[in-house]
Design a protein around this ligand. Structure first.
Ligand code: CP
Ligand code: NVA
Length: 308
């Protein structure tokens, strides 16, 4: 069963195939209206459930549009409206949904909800973000980097801020796609050691550097994300902001990166917090290409899951 649960759980050749196919499918659609069908309709007759236990703009819309472009149908479900939010087990939900739909995408809090769904579903399951990882985002980010600058292998990616779920999937991708990753942020918010270890074991150089300017020196790609994720308590906001303020991405910090370095952010961003508008709207920023590429990358992920 081709579940897409995490980048480190997916074969590197399969990941490369998905990125390449995403690029080709994007090219094939150039100039077409968003609602126009693709020439190939690999999801014709397929039904996809999109389950959200947290808010979403990009994941929700890009999956929905992607399925429709490929000829399939979707149902968007909120966790709280399902019996899932009212005591039915994940295992039973997975077995029931598998009788109705061909593919399940779920955005949830606890990673065990995702892994249990995958264990009991008899159809593929895709991770649409958990508290721990966000693999679909990083597939779009790899596609975006390579469209602008060519192969990401051997490049230096610098993550600025919280060692969160998106950072975790970047670490997984470092190992699988062969790039190096420097994390710069406060020690209290370091990425999980297990994930740092995985990237190093796969041959990537992973550096933890507390000084943001030193970290960004020679960067090919600088990445930021929100300082308070959806799974973080609102009561931790002030403490997190105080810890993370030295890691804001602004024009002064970007000067330390290579002149042709790109800036990425998965969005939604909090302008003037983790990144300034000058950087977000500046010439190095590719944030809206990233957002668009969620669509193309996930279409390839879904095709791989379904083997179509
Ligand atoms: N980047 C991302 O996953 O955005 P949404 O939360 O809007 O889906
Ligand atoms: N780290 C953020 C990513 C949102 C797409 C969060 O989990 O809220």
């Amino acid at each position: 069963m081709n579940h897409f649960l995490d980048i480190y759980k997916t074969d590197p050749a399969a990941l490369r195939g998905m990125i390449d196919q995403a690029g080709q499918m994007k090219q094939a659609r150039l100039g077409r209206p968003k609602g126009a069908p693709d020439d190939d309709q690999p999801l014709a007759g397929r039904m996809v459930a999109l389950i959200f236990e947290k808010p979403s703009t990009r994941t929700r819309v890009s999956f929905d549009v992607g399925v429709r472009q490929m000829g399939g149908q979707t149902m968007v479900l909120s966790g709280s409206d399902m019996q899932l939010g009212h005591g039915e087990t994940i295992a039973d939900t997975a077995r029931v949904l598998s009788r109705y739909v061909d593919l399940i995408m779920i955005r949830t809090f606890d990673e065990t909800v995702l892994t249990e769904m995958a264990e009991y579903a008899s159809v593929p399951v895709i991770n649409g973000l958990t508290d721990r990882t966000h693999p679909c985002q990083i597939m779009a980010d790899i596609l975006t980097y390579e469209e602008h600058r060519g192969p990401i292998a051997g490049k230096k990616v610098v993550w600025c801020g919280d060692g969160n779920n998106v950072c975790a999937s970047f670490l997984h991708a470092a190992g699988q796609f062969g790039f190096d990753l420097t994390f710069t942020g406060p020690a209290q918010l370091d990425p999980e050691e297990e994930f740092v270890g995985m990237a190093r074991k796969a041959g990537s150089t992973v550096v933890i550097e507390r000084d943001a300017k030193k970290a960004v020196e020679g960067a090919d790609l600088v990445v930021a994300d929100t300082w308070v994720s959806m799974h973080d308590s609102q009561s931790s906001k002030e403490r997190r902001h105080n810890l993370l303020r030295p890691y804001q991405v602004n024009p002064e910090l970007m000067k330390y990166a290579k002149p042709d370095a790109l800036f990425m952010h998965c969005l939604p961003a909090h302008r003037e917090e983790e990144v300034t508008s000058e950087v977000m709207d500046g010439p190095q920023s590719v944030i809206f290409d990233e957002a668009e590429n969620r669509l193309h990358a996930q279409k390839a992920v879904m095709r791989w899951c379904l083997g179509v």
